[in-house]
Design a protein around this ligand. Structure first.
Ligand SMILES: [Zn+2]
Length: 301
């Protein structure tokens, strides 16, 4: 099953701490209306007020969607709109055609799930303590549909996330949260200068050399159980690369810690599977999550 595509493009350095990321008015207009004109001028007040006005204008036909989109913008600076129509090279999925789809009416639940997920990341990092070197706010967030297909469910590049309202992974609130954490990791990985390729390739390549695409051999190493239809684990599908492996280790960090903080049933810790898992986990925790690891130490092997 396909999940997302990571484009490796320009490498940028992390923003200095004093530069709080934000979506500016011009970008907000483009996210909401692409090249179209807004039905209201929205040109008075602060920039935040103007952007809130643009959001209200775009979602005017669905007041509940307008309320959710505005609340998310106010809380996290993320603006939710639509992806421009485009052809899309889906790699092993073939050629796809993507069209904009505003998340209103029957699609509103996706806006609400995505907004809930991004808000959940706020409380997650707050409860976790420490200082994560991780950005999940002020994103350029676009909804789309893939014509006659349910893939990709999402992709992420340049602090922008694209979300398929018919995505096969978006059937539940929990599915949306996990997938968005994974996508947001790709943005941070890119923001850290394609970190996973530099830091995790020695481990990843060693596993691939040992196992190839053999599911049984890969099972102890995969941070996520999702498989490509007719293929192997998504994280070890040839062509997907170390970035997917890294994003799913980050997702495991989120799901394991969230369960711990909420006193929910825990899964077997990824880091306790074998020494390669432990090393990869430690590197991700150190680079992105301020070294905070509340998962109990593993029993001696
Ligand atoms: Zn991915």
């Amino acid at each position: 099953m396909a999940r997302c595509l990571l484009f490796l493009v320009l490498v940028s350095q992390p923003a200095p701490a004093q530069d709080v990321p934000r979506v500016g008015r011009q970008l907000a207009h483009e996210i909401l209306f692409i090249t179209g004109k807004a039905p209201a001028p929205c040109d008075t007040g602060t920039e935040a007020e103007q952007i809130s006005c643009l959001i209200a204008a775009r979602y005017a036909k669905d007041p509940a969607a307008a309320k959710a989109a505005t609340a998310l913008y106010t809380a996290s600076g993320t603006v939710m709109g639509v992806l421009p129509e485009q052809d899309f090279d889906g790699g092993y999925r073939g050629r796809l055609h993507l069209i904009p789809q505003l998340p209103v009416g029957a699609h509103r639940k996706h806006l609400e799930w995505a907004a809930f997920a991004l808000t959940d990341f706020d409380s997650f990092f707050k409860d976790l303590g420490g200082t994560p070197n991780y950005r999940w706010r002020a994103l350029d967030f676009r909804f789309f549909e893939s014509v006659k297909r349910r893939t990709p469910s999402a992709y992420a590049v340049d602090w922008a996330v694209a979300y398929n309202v018919s995505g096969s992974l978006f059937g539940s609130e929990a599915g949306v949260r996990g997938t968005l954490f994974h996508e947001v990791f790709h943005l941070n990985d890119q923001g850290h200068g394609d970190w996973s390729r530099r830091a995790l390739s020695p481990i990843y390549d060693r596993i691939v050399k040992k196992c190839g695409v053999d599911v049984k051999c890969l099972t102890p190493y995969t941070p996520d159980s999702i498989k490509v239809r007719g293929g192997t684990y998504y994280d070890f599908q040839p062509g997907n690369g170390v970035g997917e492996y890294a994003a799913d280790i980050a997702r495991r960090y989120y799901t394991e810690h969230r369960a711990l903080l909420r006193k929910e049933k825990a899964v077997t810790p990824f880091k306790c599977g074998n020494p390669d898992n432990a090393k990869a986990w430690a590197l991700v925790v150190e680079e992105f999550f301020g070294g905070v690891d509340l998962i109990p130490a593993c029993a001696p092997r």
